[in-house]
Design a protein around this ligand. Structure first.
Ligand SMILES: O=P(O)(O)OC[C@H]1O[C@@](O)(CO)[C@@H](O)[C@@H]1O
Length: 560
């Protein structure tokens, strides 16, 4: 496909930004068009049988506080058409090898294909084949129910109630985020630990109060070669064998979640205790796969299945909705609009929901490992900015942390706010939920409306020299996402897939490969060399004076 900036729609958008975009005043746009909210709001409805409530769940995406007109939206849709977004989308869902640098399909949608549509890679059915998606899901169902019921016992016959997931990146961030987000549904007798960092503190803290007789280790690694994970896994295995005086039965306390059977068996886990998935599942897209076993163990397989079903609903919307009505496509096009025409460099996601406190961290890998790329499909460097820096924290905490910059800083920071209309914890007669919701609405309104110098003065008692410091520029865009109920498994699945396909849309327009991650390799190679040098005399070889100097100092201070 062609680089985005060579498309006629791109030039048209550039002119549109010059003539219209940069002059949009949102508060006037709302005054001039009472139907603005209706025009720019989209909705998806999840069916009752998978929803957190009994009547199905609407999820509203209010795009009206974005710096767009109807003409802008039309031009962005034209850009998506010219960039072939729909064609690339259809190629992904058809199992074509769109991950063109690794020659792989990008088929994580198959993992949540609960309607069991035919899905093939290289002509082979991936759903119903032996060891395929449905086999693995059945294995996950049986195993999670055996552990939760106590049928699957530890080597001394006790129920396994501590789950330690050992993994990093996509083998950690998804399980952490989802189990936190669905804590309301979690088994009350289960303790979860997620060990990812190579820092010994992480595994030490997880093992400190764990009982080897009641602990189940999930070694989660797509490749089963990631240094942090294999090292943490070996430390866990040594701890287990030492604590049990060598009597501990690995087969009862260790399972593997991976694509690499040979490395799994080499580690000492029987293939029968391995939950597999294929190389067409990217790490940052793998929570739907066997990597999500900790979720199924914690919330139960039925809830895990609802999680998949909510994701599938958003998949179907993304596949079927015309671009102008297509919720993830609009989200992705808005990101392009801000990144490439307003010069925005970041994307803020602020969930007004404490259970979603790890959602921004999860989205960081999804977004930045997908679109943190410079090279386009023809091998040439992009002549335009690509992936934004995604960041975020739950509100209302973020308001007391970095919202000062969002309101009065010099940067344009496109922001997404997320709120569930119903709390799982309606304490104090729902006073907390009402306050949370009032902040969710007020923050978006304040960012958009701002406060002029005249308004500051009109408040009185403001010394003239203070007035400029109290002005809010306003006209700062937000997308407001409102879940019309509580966030349960299906609602969470749909929200995640909104961002997956928003990310897809960005990458498709930018003509980059959103599905490889060559950028994580160099650091690993250099670290391997330095690790050897730490055990050798001296301060390494071939390093700059900073790296060599620091290496020498580390060894001296650390006594290595
Ligand atoms: O699951 P695994 O193979 O151990 O990879 C872990 C993570 O490491 C990476 O940085 C790739 O090396 C992420 O893409 C991936 O999610």
């Amino acid at each position: 496909m062609a680089p985005a900036s060579s498309l006629s729609a791109w030039s048209d958008l550039h002119s549109h930004h010059e003539s219209v975009g940069k002059n949009i005043v949102l508060k006037d746009a709302f005054k001039n068009d009472p139907k603005r909210f209706d025009k720019f709001t989209r909705k998806i409805t999840l069916p009752a049988d998978i929803s957190s409530g009994s009547n199905g769940t609407d999820i509203i995406f209010d795009f009206s506080k974005n710096l767009i007109t109807e003409e802008t939206l039309d031009k962005l849709v034209k850009l998506a058409e010219e960039a072939g977004v729909e064609k690339k989308r259809d190629a992904m869902f058809a199992g074509e090898k769109i991950n063109f640098t690794e020659g792989r399909a990008v088929y994580h949608a198959a993992l949540r294909n609960v309607s069991n549509q035919t899905m093939k890679v290289d002509g082979v059915d991936v759903m119903n084949t032996k060891g395929g998606v449905n086999d693995v899901l059945e294995h996950m169902r049986v195993f999670s129910e055996q552990v939760r019921s106590g049928e699957w016992k530890g080597y001394t016959g006790k129920k396994l109630t501590t789950i330690i997931n050992v993994g990093i990146g996509g083998s950690d961030l998804g399980p952490v985020m989802v189990t936190e987000a669905l804590k309301h549904y979690g088994a009350k007798d289960m303790t979860l630990h997620f060990v990812s960092n190579i820092d010994g503190t992480h595994i030490a803290e997880a093992l400190a109060n764990s009982d080897p007789e009641t602990t189940l280790f999930l070694i989660a690694s797509k490749t089963f070669t990631t240094a942090e994970t294999t090292t943490n896994a070996n430390t866990a295995k040594s701890w287990f064998l030492e604590k049990t005086g060598g009597k501990g039965d690995i087969a009862k306390h260790f399972v593997a979640l991976s694509t690499n059977e040979s490395e799994v068996t080499k580690f000492g886990i029987d293939a029968a205790n391995m939950f597999g998935f294929e190389s067409w599942v990217g790490g940052r897209y793998s929570v739907w796969s066997a990597i999500g076993l900790s979720v199924a163990l914690y919330v139960g397989f039925d809830n895990f299945h609802k999680f998949l079903a909510g994701a599938h609903a958003m998949d179907q919307h993304f596949q079927q909705a015309p671009l102008r009505e297509n919720i993830p496509a609009i989200g992705g096009l808005l990101s392009v609009w801000y990144s490439n025409f307003y010069g925005a460099q970041t994307h803020l996601v602020a969930p007004f929901d404490q259970y979603l406190h790890r959602f921004p961290a999860y989205l960081q890998q999804l977004s930045m490992e997908s679109n943190g790329k410079t090279i386009t499909s023809d091998g040439s460097p992009a002549k335009y900015t690509t992936g934004p820096i995604l960041f975020g924290e739950p509100c209302t905490n973020a308001q007391h942390s970095f919202f000062q910059l969002v309101h009065q800083g010099t940067k344009l920071i496109p922001s997404d706010f997320i709120l569930a209309a119903k709390s799982h914890n309606p304490v104090s007669d729902n006073l907390h939920q009402k306050m949370l919701a009032s902040n969710y609405l007020a923050q978006a309104e304040a960012l958009m409306v701002g406060k002029t110098a005249e308004e500051v003065r009109a408040e009185g008692n403001v010394p003239e020299e203070l007035v400029p410091h109290k002005v809010f520029m306003g006209n700062r865009p937000t997308t407001s996402i409102l879940v019309g109920g509580a966030i349960g498994p299906a609602e969470l699945g749909a929200l995640i897939v909104y961002y997956e396909h928003l990310t897809f849309t960005e990458g498709a327009v930018w003509d980059i490969n959103s599905f490889d991650q060559w950028g994580v390799e160099l650091g690993k190679v250099l670290a391997k060399k330095i690790l050897k040098e730490i055990d050798e005399e001296g301060a390494g070889s071939g390093h700059d004076s900073s790296t060599g100097g620091l290496l020498g100092a580390f060894k001296a201070y650390g006594g290595f």
